[in-house]
Design a protein around this ligand. Sequence first.
Ligand SMILES: Nc1ncnc2c1ncn2[C@@H]1O[C@H](COP(=O)(O)OP(=O)(O)OP(=O)(O)O)[C@@H](O)[C@H]1O
Ligand SMILES: [Mg+2]
Length: 256
Amino acid sequence: MTGNIFDDFLSRKTLFVDKEVLRHDFRPKKLPHRQSEIEKLTFNLVEALNGHIPSNMTLYGVTGAGKTAVTSYVCDELEAKGREINRPVQTIMVNCRQIDTQYRVLSHLGNSLLESHEIDEIPFTGWPTDRVFGELVRRMDGRGGVFVIILDEIDHLVRKAGDDLLYNLTSINASLKSARACVIGISNDLKFTDFLDPRVRSRLGQSDVVFNPYDAMQLQNILRQRAEGALVEGALDDSVIALCAAIAAQEHGDAR
Ligand SMILES: Nc1ncnc2c1ncn2[C@@H]1O[C@H](COP(=O)(O)OP(=O)(O)OP(=O)(O)O)[C@@H](O)[C@H]1O
Ligand SMILES: [Mg+2]
């Protein structure tokens, strides 16, 4: 046998232009049908660029409604604008399904503020929680500016570990001297605030945004945009997109 066993497969024609675009965690540059949600976040977070504290927010919506994608898009834009006009704004997003205790979230936040030359990481376990919190405050003040802390899938952490983390983070401005912070909680359970202490509920619920499920027409547009970036022209009949959108809309409007 001559040649390499992969030669034949490598030279075959493919239907894909860019398979990355089809990944469920791929974030397209444009997010159709989420203009009003993007505007609500932008309207609030612009305060950070003015050096003020934005309101805390809670974002709700079913799975696949674009909550994470929209928030990370808005955060990227916010940080880019901050760099451009020289206003220090830092966004930190934590997935509370993966990082699911108060200690781990606080140490993760603190360690994400280490400069590359610093090595004194907050240990994975072992410190009293108030020491981790104090260290986080110290590092935030060291950097200064406005921090936007995003707790994605926060309902999981609250159900598992209660609302102490939210209580502490929504009162962090009382401990900060030069830095400022706001908290954005993301949940796919509309009722998750029922589990919260009334004080935490009112602090976190300063501004709520509900992401409604996509309907079939909206899903068609989203899918079409995706297919255009991922597949060669003519690879997909439009009726396939219509069918996929109809099925997804029947389930619960999940764009994933
Ligand atoms: N408006 C949109 N335009 C294009 N793609 C979208 C849009 N909304 C969602 N998507 C796609 O669907 C995927 C899932 O969206 P996202 O992760 O933001 O959902 P979610 O609301 O955070 O869901 P979950 O509650 O399960 O975390 C995204 O990675 C993105 O690829
Ligand atoms: Mg999400």
